[in-house]
Design a protein around this ligand. Sequence first.
Ligand SMILES: [Fe+2]
Ligand SMILES: [Fe+2]
Length: 159
Amino acid sequence: MTDLCEIVLDAIRAEIESMKFYEKLAAATKNFLLRDKLAFLASEENSHKRTLHKLLRDIAPEKTEGYENRIAGILAEEFKEPFEGTVSDLLFKAADFEKRSSDFYREKAKLFEKEGQKMIFFYLSVLEDEHYAILMKQYGFYKENEKFEDYNEFIHLGP
Ligand SMILES: [Fe+2]
Ligand SMILES: [Fe+2]
């Protein structure tokens, strides 16, 4: 029998990882336009995490308590600091992670028998697809304009 609880824990782990990654990248970014975009992605991952937490409570209330400890300390290799590479490299890595997250949700959705639970996973798949699209747009721009990350002169220009 499929352990749905473990699947949801895996998903929560991935959401926490990507949230932390976007938060750190946002903090390291000089350009506030990019920073806002990354902060937006971090806040979305946080809301995915909250959704999954509710789902976990639905599936296995006894496993909800202290679940953060069970999934702590496991970071995907690509999200370990120090971050190497240019902004466009990091955006591409993040986009790739989003693609895999979307695939994960779409694939695992099939394992849920309850319609509501299945739909949550399908919907998360769509949301991660959106992140992929956002990041690939950003990647396309920064690949051609790597220096824009350093362009923060207008930050000091008040109204
Ligand atoms: Fe997410
Ligand atoms: Fe995402």
